[in-house]
Unconditional design. Structure first.
Ligand code: C2E
Ligand code: MG
Ligand code: MG
Length: 607
């Protein structure tokens, strides 16, 4: 078998030689040792090693990170950074470049070997993802897969929106779609050349039918379906008439999205007017005349945002503005919509209380059991924070976590949650409930904090909880903004031994094939798909497919929000691994949870 060829970039000759010796001993081939960034770039231009070990602090004009970034701009080689000490700023810079691992000097043979193995396998996985995306896009042109299609309208559904966006991006930039996935095209900063050319514009038309719900209440189910199909038909006809690549996606009852790639914003505005006038005409359903009052919000890639999530949010703001002006109009997004003229007084009151809530010990963690469907026993719990407000009573996280994010307090609150959950779990282990796992939710701001890794290390150390019992739950919207850097961050966290769960799967706009590039261990299917899964055909197809795809990818599947025996039985049949939901238990206070754990082991057999 061919040995892996490794290039060492290291200016301290003794370390370089020592590392080379270790590598040879481990069965790798060292093809070259160079001592500067320039020499490394020159070498890579002539020969391509399979892997590069790159010292960060090398002498010369460019450091290791800059060298890596220049190499990456021409060839795709996995790079592992070596560094004597790692501060956050350096690690963040290295993450931005997209490296495949770090080694802190001095390192042992085993660390070296493990890091190389991980880097090579991640690199291979990344290549597979690229191929997977290619084939998804191929399916797109051939007719999309069932789970990406809305059965009623035959339009792609929201799970396919991201792929569609990537696809249009690849058409309009002329690059291949797979590489748009891994380069910074979808990342937070649009590259210069993307902003310059007018032909590389994507317009997102977010269409809301303001009177749809009211109109539907006068129709029976069949008539409602006919109405939705008729709206879909009018929209598809419009798009076909436009002569620019584009497509219509059905999000939910009264919400459609059209993606187009017009040459100029002015042309897009004309299209918007044309969609509007088509939808303003009455719909005749069984001789009843129905008017829907559409509001259309438009946002543009790249000027208003570079990810589909951002663009949808911006177009939604434009819709809200259009509605505030009486609806029945088409409105382009402007950044002025982001300036909030006022804050609701309740929010202000909550926010000021939030500043003191930690010191006044007003937060409390509740624990919701997770049940393994094979053994019917509790295998873990999700920690869910509550705020016991002195005047307003108990406040749910959905109300105050967003405020905590906005005001910057999420850092300290999140740290308290992690610390409290880890200590509590360790205490439970100590009284014999060993093996219990704890999941903690991480918000976007928390995940992006540069000292997260250090905080996690400290919290685990202080609580003495073994890292394997801690799961961190994150939603996809947190991760898709700056993919490469986030993959690095997750890998760093995983190095501690913690597990990563993808929370609320299905509520964002990414497909599983796309999300596969993140190193998850667990996938949590959002409760909106579990709702009536035994009776709702669409939910059933999505849930079954998600479970089997997740299993193929080696992920454990947790179903959230299971409330009925019908849903539970469906999930058992579909081989779901773990469930969480009111059918078994609501989130419980510490004492209640402990009582439940102590008293029951196999209650679940009854179902
Ligand atoms: P999540 O992580 O998806 O948590 C699951 C939510 O579903 C919880 O709501 C839980 O009480 C609820 N739930 C569980 N089973 C059922 C069921 O059978 N039916 C229904 N209808 N609901 C069920 P909760 O506690 O209100 O939390 C809401 C969200 O707030 C969480 O969603 C999570 O995103 C966030 N959150 C909670 N605690 C924290 C925290 O400590 N830090 C951060 N950053 N976010 C948190
Ligand atoms: Mg969660
Ligand atoms: Mg969830």
């Amino acid at each position: 078998m061919n040995r892996t060829n490794i290039l060492i970039v290291e200016d301290e000759l003794l370390i370089a030689k020592n590392t080379a010796k270790k590598l040879e001993k481990l069965g790798y081939a060292v093809c070259k040792i160079v001592s500067s960034g320039e020499a490394a770039i020159q070498y890579v231009n002539q020969k391509q090693p399979d892997l590069i070990l790159m010292d960060i602090a090398i002498k010369g004009d460019i450091d290791g990170i800059e060298t890596a970034s220049r190499i990456k701009s021409t060839v795709d080689i996995p790079i592992i950074f070596l560094t004597a000490y790692a501060n956050d700023e350096t690690l963040d810079r290295a993450s931005e470049v997209g490296c495949y691992g770090y080694l802190i000097k001095p390192f042992r043979d085993r660390e070296l070997q493990a890091t190389i193995k991980m880097a090579l396998s991640r690199y291979r996985e990344d290549s597979v993802v690229k191929e997977a995306l290619q084939s998804t896009l191929h399916e797109y042109s051939a007719g999309y897969d069932d789970i990406y299609k809305d059965n009623l309208t035959n339009l792609p559904n929201k799970l396919f929106l991201r792929d569609l966006f990537d696809y249009l991006l690849s058409l309009s930039t002329g690059s291949n779609a797979a590489s748009s996935n891994t380069n910074s095209v979808i990342g937070s900063e649009p590259t210069q050349d993307l902003q310059q050319s007018e032909s590389k514009l994507i317009a997102v038309f977010n269409i809301s039918l303001d009177r749809f719900k009211r109109a539907s209440s006068f129709l029976n189910k069949e008539q409602q379906d006919t109405l939705v199909k008729e709206i879909a038909r009018r929209l598809t006809d419009c798009v076909t008439g436009f002569q620019v690549p584009g497509s219509t996606v059905y999000l939910e009852s009264d919400n459609f999205v059209i993606l187009l790639t017009p040459e100029k914003q002015a042309i897009a505005n004309q299209y918007g007017q044309s969609i509007l006038s088509n939808l303003q005409k009455s719909f005749i359903i069984d001789e009843q005349e129905i008017y829907l009052s559409p509001s259309i919000g438009i946002s543009f890639y790249p000027s208003d945002g570079t990810s589909i999530e951002q663009l949808l949010q911006q177009s939604q703001k434009a819709i809200e503005y259009a509605q505030s002006q009486g609806g029945n109009r088409c409105q382009k997004f402007t950044f002025a919509f982001n300036i909030k003229p006022y804050k609701a007084s309740d929010d202000l009151r909550l926010e000021s209380g939030l500043h003191h809530a930690l010191e006044r010990e007003e937060f409390e963690l509740y624990y919701q059991p997770k049940v393994d469907l094979q053994t019917n026993s509790i295998v873990g719990a999700e920690a869910l924070v509550r705020w016991n407000h002195p005047e307003m009573g108990r406040i749910e996280p959905d109300k105050f976590i967003p405020l905590a994010e906005e005001s910057g307090l999420i850092g300290s609150i999140g740290e308290w949650v992690l610390d409290c959950a880890c200590r509590q779990t360790k205490a439970w282990h100590d009284i014999g409930l060993d093996g219990l796992k704890i999941s903690v939710n991480l918000s976007g701001t928390q995940f992006r904090q540069s000292d997260l890794f250090h905080k996690m290390t400290r919290i685990l150390f202080n609580s003495s909880l073994e890292a394997q019992y801690l799961e961190l739950e994150m939603t996809e919207t947190i991760l898709v903004e700056n993919i490469k850097a986030n993959v690095q961050r997750l890998n760093l966290l995983k190095k501690l031994g913690v597990q990563i769960a993808l929370d609320d799967f299905g509520t964002g706009y990414s497909s599983l094939g796309y999300l596969q590039q993140f190193p998850f261990d667990i996938l949590k299917i959002d409760s909106c798909f579990i709702r009536n899964v035994d009776r709702n055909q669409v939910n059933a197809v999505i849930t079954k497919n998600t479970i089997s795809m997740a299993h193929e990818l080696g992920l454990q599947v947790v179903a959230e929000g299971v409330e009925t025996a019908g849903e539970l039985n469906f999930l058992k049949d579909a081989q779901c691994d773990v469930i969480q939901g009111f059918i078994f238990s609501r989130p419980l206070e510490v004492k209640e949870f402990q009582k439940l754990m102590m008293s029951e082991a196999k209650l679940f057999g009854n179902y």
